[in-house]
Each structure stands twice: as C-alpha cells, then as structure tokens.
Design a protein around this ligand. Structure first.
Ligand code: SF4
Length: 345
C-alpha cells in the first residue's frame, strides 16, 4: 500500500483548466503464483463535468481494474500501482491517506456494479439500505432518512416506492434491483459516477431503460460518468467519447461520432462489426477471431496482432505507440490510415 503524503481533500467549486477526473499513465499489476499480471499498462483518460466517457473492451482488457483503482477498492496486495496518477479535481487520489480516500469514495466518486443482487445485502430491506447512506453520511434521523430513500426510489422510477420501501432485494426484478443500486450510488450527489457493465445482466428492453435513466440523472446533476462496457451497441446514445481498451492499454480514443463513422483501430472495427443489425437479419453475426491475450504471456509487438486482419510483418515486433490523429482522436495502430480508409491491403 502506498504511504499517505497528503490529507487535503479535493477542492470543491470551479475547476479552472483541470479536468474533473484525470487518469495519467496508470499502471496496475497483480502478483500471482504464475507471475506478475500487468493488468493496466499506461492508461490515461480524462472526464469533465456532465461528460460521459465509455470505456470499452472485452473482459481482461483492464477497464474494470482501472475503475477499481479510481475507486480505491483494489486489494493491495496482491494489486500494486507502480506508476501513474489519478487526479480528482487536481488532487492525486493515490497520495491520499486511507481516511481521506474513504471521504471521496461513495460520496464524491460513486460506482454502480454489474450484479445488483450480490451488491445489495439480502437480509436488509432496500429502504434500510438506501436510508443508511443518509444516516451515516448526512446524520439524518431514521424517519428523515427513510423519506429520502422513498424520494430516491421515486426518482429512479420504482413504482409504488412508498409501499415497496420495506421489501427485500429478492422481491424486486433484476431491472428494479439495478435501479435501487443506482439510487444508492447517487444518494450523496457524487460528482463522478462509474457504471461498470450496469446493464449486462438485463434483457435488451430493460437495458435501454436503465441507460436512459442514467443519462437523465446525469443531465440533471451534471455528474461526469464513466460507463464501462463490452458492448459498443449500448453506448451510442449516451456517451460523448470512447476509450477502447485491449490487453491493458487504450488502443483508440475518439468521439462517439468518429468511432461509429470510421474506426481507426482494427479491434474497434471488429467490435463495431460484431453489433447485431436488423438490416442484416439472417446473415451470420461477425465475431473477432481468436481470444483476448493472456496477460501473463503477452504477444510480442502489437498485442492484437494474432487476431488482426490488417497485420503486417512489423506488427509482430513493433508495439505501436498511441498515434495522435487529431486533437481528440488517437489510435495504437501502425496502419490506422488504412483502417480509416477501410483498405485491408
Ligand atoms: Fe493490426 Fe498491426 Fe495495427 Fe496491431 S499495429 S492493430 S497488428 S495492423
């Protein structure tokens, strides 16, 4: 665990030139019996108030580990952060004491987890669990905290919130449980909300409703939101910009518009082509060939080369840097021009 070097909490109010949240050259590794797993290798991204960044990638790409590092919920050890900064309102969270970190976690940076059933406590009513946030962190009386819980349940559109406040998590559907998780995460008006695969366990219609709810709550409060997903189809209507991760690093940064119009990395292109389309009904669904890389035994050169239809000889030996294409766009592919042009050589 890092030593605390400051206890000054991130300032509130104006941000000046500083982003709300900035991850800079973050490295996270895990010591395992089989060796050191380098799960995050030099990830950088930033977030402004009211902005939604979608972080996209298959499992093992490092997207959730980066989020856990931001939240400060990695088990250290076995996790280690050998390098990097996570600046929230200009303060490096990695340098805060555990106590100061706790003040930020949940209150100013909150997280919605994928599996609401295991994140909620089955032995307490949902009203108790939501109102606990107000009792512990805001010092409200039991009655006032329960009223706040009902208000929040209404806000996330749980029907008949007043009647259901004393129900237990198992008495709600998957979609309703996710709404309760969202209610808990926004209870303390966080400035940043991290939603880690918030709709993965839900059917398509409920997925859309939950995404709409998150977008609406964000608009109302001007929170910055990091939306972590493996599904490019989920983010089109809600994200402003996308960071695509592969093998622990970012391989493409772009606005949603640019990514959908013309991806600049073969992996992003593969993810786009894997989205089911109604106009291609009856045709076989595209899938990127091969498997994500083994983080204990990464391919040489470009980590995507064993799966890449654009691969050239130098890809096997030369790891591409993140080439800047424009002020807001970059790609870790030697042949990003050909990918943009759709020219597979
Ligand atoms: Fe494919 Fe080469 Fe680009 Fe890697 S650098 S994504 S292997 S073309």
């Amino acid at each position: 665990m890092r030593k605390a070097s400051t206890d000054v909490l991130p300032a509130e109010g104006g941000l000046g030139d500083e982003p709300l949240l900035a991850v800079e050259d973050l490295h996270v590794e895990f010591a395992t019996r089989a060796g050191v797993v380098r799960a995050v290798n030099g990830v950088s991204y930033s977030l402004s108030p009211g902005e939604t960044l979608a972080v996209l990638g298959e499992s093992g790409s490092g997207k959730s580990v980066t989020a856990q590092a931001i939240m400060g919920i990695l088990d250290m050890p076995p996790a280690r952060i050998p390098k990097g900064e996570i600046r929230f309102r200009g303060t490096d969270l990695l340098k805060l004491s555990d106590e100061a970190r706790t003040q930020v976690r949940g209150q100013r940076i909150a997280m919605v987890f994928q599996d609401a059933l295991s994140a909620l406590n089955p032995v307490f009513t949902v009203g108790w669990q939501i109102s606990e946030m107000f009792r512990v962190h805001r010092g409200l009386s039991k009655r006032d905290a329960y009223n706040k819980a009902i208000e929040l349940m209404d806000k996330v559109r749980i029907p008949a919130a007043r009647q259901r406040v004393n129900d237990y998590p198992h008495q709600f559907s998957g979609g309703m449980r996710q709404r309760i998780m969202i209610a808990m995460s926004i209870a303390l008006d966080p400035e940043v909300l991290i939603a880690d695969e918030p709709t993965t366990a839900l059917d398509v219609t409920v997925q859309a409703q939950i995404m709409e709810l998150l977008a609406e709550l964000q608009r109302e409060s001007n929170m910055g939101m990091i939306l972590i997903t493996h599904d490019l189809g989920v983010v089109a209507d809600v994200a402003d910009k996308i960071a695509v991760m592969y093998g622990g690093r970012i391989v493409e940064n772009a606005s949603v518009h640019d990514i959908y119009k013309s991806p600049a990395h073969p992996y992003t292109k593969g993810l786009l082509e894997s989205i089911p389309r109604v106009d291609l009904k009856g045709q076989e669904l595209y899938a990127i060939k091969g498997l994500p890389p083994n983080l204990l035994d990464m391919p040489t050169g470009c980590a995507f080369h064993p799966r890449c239809p654009y691969r050239q000889d130098n890809c096997v030996t030369d790891n591409p840097p993140l080439y800047e294409i424009s002020g807001t766009r970059s790609s870790a592919c030697h042949y990003w021009r050909e990918v943009l042009d759709g020219d597979q050589g």
